[in-house]
Ligand binder design. Structure first.
Ligand code: PMP
Ligand code: GLN
Length: 379
């Protein structure tokens, strides 16, 4: 048998987006905006291409972009990051996560993952021969039970994967969570893989507790980011990883034989655009408005909101509508009501049915209005 992932099918995002096309449904499933990106940024890409930036970039990334990222890391989080040795540009956040896992995981290593978990983590661990040790987040507030983490640590534990703001639930880590993590792993060799692709998409006055704020944690972390999320261009598939020089040296050994280097004109454009701080500093307020608008519209339905403090997503309980499994429920929602959502059970390995589905609110107001119009009669 040649399959390395015998129990894995097609990712839920592709499945649900295909159903959206098949049933001409409104797609609040997969996380992407249905509105345009910055014209200025598009102009900068065109300019870069016209100016001849069309050949391979440096494998680490375009130097001025690395510098701009280092400045941003210091500005926002007080982190001293060396642009030459501690940052690598990657084709998206997912690739950065996978490369980090491949860089350090060996067969038999254990990796702590919290469920619900973004769907690429567990296959990434398994493809590298390591073992996911799954710890459920509390329900319904989706927080980490640190006592339970302590009980699962042993000499085989190699890595802990964190994701804040969290996909699919929109929960965020607090400063206290980071303190708990520090005290748990400070005398161990455990590494941290921190998925921070939604770093700016955080609401209600919460502060993003980046690993970059904590020098002792950063010493043992790969921290992954995505430009697609910040600039309404998920199709660009461009991101980056920050890690201490020694770890980054190993990361680059893997990266150089996998994709080697990333899209040049977009890196050149981003090197300029990243200096426009307003573009990312205003993102949280912009997205919060969208979350609030969806919440306001959804009051007309029988769905009940779960809290979302960040990310592109808000989860809703449908327990007042039906007792069906989440899968059956979303299938019926597409086929009978013409709206796509993601079953949160897709982010768990074992079957669960909390009767919760995830909606993406990063859509035009008219899209959200049209979707909710269809959900009002849901029974
Ligand atoms: N991590 C999380 C939690 C995500 O939601 C996403 C969504 N796309 C990614 C990583 C991947 O980002 P990218 O598209 O840049 O690969
Ligand atoms: N991160 C996006 C989501 O959760 C989708 C990315 C993907 O399709 N792989 O919807």
């Amino acid at each position: 048998m040649y399959s390395k992932l015998p129990n894995v099918g097609t990712t839920i995002f592709t499945v649900m987006s295909s159903l959206a096309i098949e049933y001409k449904a409104i797609n609040l499933g997969q996380g992407f905006p249905d509105f345009g990106m910055s014209e200025e940024l598009i102009g900068l890409v065109n300019e870069a291409m016209k100016n001849g930036f069309n050949q391979y970039a440096h494998m680490n990334g375009y130097r001025p972009l690395l510098e701009a990222i280092a400045e941003k890391a210091e500005d926002l989080y007080g982190a001293k990051v060396n642009p030459d040795t501690e940052i690598t540009i990657t084709p998206g956040g997912t690739y950065a996560l996978y490369t980090a896992m491949t860089t350090v995981l060996h067969p038999g290593d254990e990796v702590i993952v919290f469920e619900p978990a973004y769907d690429s983590y567990i296959p990434g661990i398994e493809l590298n021969g390591a073992k996911p040790v799954i710890i459920p987040l509390t329900f319904p507030d989706y927080k980490i039970n640190w006592e339970e983490v302590r009980n699962h640590l042993n000499e085989k534990t190699r890595m802990i994967i964190l994701n804040s703001p969290h996909n699919p639930t929109g929960s965020v880590l607090s400063a206290d969570d980071l303190q708990q993590l520090r005290s748990l792993i400070s005398n161990t060799n455990i590494l941290v893989l921190s998925d921070e692709v939604y770093e700016h998409i955080i609401f209600d006055g919460h502060r993003h507790e980046s690993i970059l704020r904590y020098p002792d944690l950063l010493q043992r972390s790969f921290v992954c980011f995505s430009f697609g999320k910040n600039y309404h261009c998920t199709g660009w598939k461009l991101g980056y990883c920050i890690a201490p020089a020694e770890m980054m040296k190993e990361f680059r050994k893997v990266h150089q034989f996998n994709c080697f280097s990333c899209d040049t004109p977009k890196q050149v454009a981003l090197a300029t655009y990243l200096r426009n701080k307003d573009a990312y500093l205003q993102l949280g307020a912009f997205m919060q408005q969208k979350r609030d608008y969806l919440q306001q519209l959804m009051r007309q339905t029988k769905f009940e909101p779960l809290p979302s403090f960040g990310s592109f997503f808000q989860c809703y309980s449908y327990r007042n509508i039906s007792t069906e499994s989440e899968n059956d429920f979303v299938q019926r929602m597409v086929k009978e009501y013409g709206v796509v959502a993601i079953p949160v059970s897709a982010f768990y390995q074992k079957p669960v049915n909390n009767q919760v589905v995830r909606f993406c609110f990063v859509k035009k107001e008219e899209t959200l209005e049209a979707a909710v119009e269809r959900l009002i009669s849901f029974h």
